[in-house]
Design a protein. Structure first.
Length: 88
């Protein structure tokens, strides 16, 4: 498991320590990787159109190939959905 956001490395370190995360958080301040993955772009926030992170999950198999993409997800219930799909 890996996390990716536009936040800087120092911010990730504080966040990971605060939550006790046991996986790496990657910093993409220029959003190049996020754009390539389709996880950065136009979205609506509080009724306004803006550019930002599009919450997404990518399941990558042992071979390194993407097995499943969950795009534009909502946080509530998402982890349970992914875990359920992994159990199949």
């Amino acid at each position: 498991m890996v996390g990716l956001s536009r936040d800087k490395v120092a911010s990730h370190a504080k966040f990971a320590e605060k939550l006790g995360l046991n996986f790496p958080l990657l910093a993409d301040p220029e959003t190049g990787l996020m754009q390539a993955l389709g996880a950065w772009g136009e979205k609506k926030m509080y009724g306004k159109v803006t550019q930002g992170a599009i919450r997404s999950t990518f399941l990558v198999g042992a071979s390194g190939k993407v097995q499943e993409v969950y795009a534009k997800v909502k946080a509530k219930g998402h982890a349970e959905k992914v875990l359920s799909d992994l159990s199949v």
